[in-house]
Design a protein around this ligand. Sequence first.
Ligand code: ATP
Length: 448
Amino acid sequence: MGTPDEAAPDSGLPDSGLMEKVVNLAKRRGFVFQSAEIYGGFRSTYDYGPLGVLLLRNVKNAWWRSMVQYRDDVVGLDAAILSPPAIWAASGHLSTFSDPMVDCRKCNERHRSDLIGDTCPNCGSKDLTEARDFQLMFKTHAGPVEDEGSVAYLRPETAQGMFTNFMNILTTTRKKPPFGIAQVGKSFRNEITPQNFVFRTREFEQMEMEFFVPPAEATTWFDYWVEERYNWYLDLGIPKEMLKLRPHDKEELSHYSAGTTDIEFLFPWGWGELEGVANRTDFDLKAHSAASGTPLEYFDQAANERYTPYVIEPAAGATRAMMAFLLAAYDEDEVGGETRTILRLDWRLAPTQVAVLPLSKKAELEPLAREILGMLQPHFQCDYDVTQSIGRRYRRQDEVGTPWCVTVDFDSLEDKAVTVRDRDTTEQVRIPITELVANLISRTTPTN
Ligand code: ATP
């Protein structure tokens, strides 16, 4: 399944302690918790805490805005996670969605043989079993009887929902190729070696879009989507030198693909896939037509021609992208002679955009501070914090990436103005309360 995790880096790796710092910050500040921690943890599953759920949601919303809201040729879908074996037989997943697996005879650890070569990374032994294929789909039973007839699978990708609903969407939306169907949601893979925090987990979220095109236009649209998706990461703040495009060799291509280019990010351990853009040809629509007996085709009235569209698919991971945004945003600088930790997240991704901070806990400031909070909440995700010194509170907001802090002080009661502090520059300016919303909005970039 794609790129080995330990892909050799071909440029300098970022700070080697970065991963540990980001994982610690994520736990300490409530981004990501180990799942079932009070029971000792459940391997490879994570819960997203108060800040993590906001960051992850912002990543998904940014994707949805650029893929659906700002386009008139893409519509959305939210398909079921539980699905019958027929879908996965037709898609090829039942026969081919597997990874080669070996067991170490010395320590009994199980590994993906394509990632480790001939040595067990756990104990160094070379006494490994022959590789055998390991099915990655989670199998369960739907209904009261556990027999062959009740087998169901948790989807390992969201894509198939777009293919099986192709005719429903054609007839209900009047869309015609080129057009796309987009979906964000959970997928499940019984990964042999989940690792690297939320990079590879057994339960994760995907953001996928199937773009249906006349076959002759497939190459043009493939190039278009590779560029669009690459620019999406750049626009949201990932530096150019941490991103690269990697076209797949012929041998690496998935069974359905006529061409795939991965968008890779420079993780602390090397380059790793963030997203794959694939030309899936007419493989899926034809396979589901044949297996279901329902023709999945488009009738082009103008040309009086019936054809099966080709599909260009940008397939991204929301949880993996969230991790990349965190790693790229993490920074340390010096303010007032002290080291500060800062997440330089784009304001569209920052869990909280504005923190309202009354200078003191004294009761006189609270009514005005709460009034300001109420003014800002329709426009921004806000935090309200009265604990500790103002300096400590600024640091706490910097550490979780809040772009703007609004401080309400005793002068505010008289001059009807507040101080706005910028996370990146630490610059503070006095703004009349009546102009506050407009001022903060003017600091934002367009939400595309
Ligand atoms: P990999 O090579 O890393 O196993 P893949 O090539 O199998 O990934 P795709 O099937 O192309 O991945 O899935 C599209 C995207 O979904 C990936 O680029 C990644 O961002 C995300 N993804 C896939 N598997 C996982 C996982 N186990 N945990 C988190 N994200 C995942």
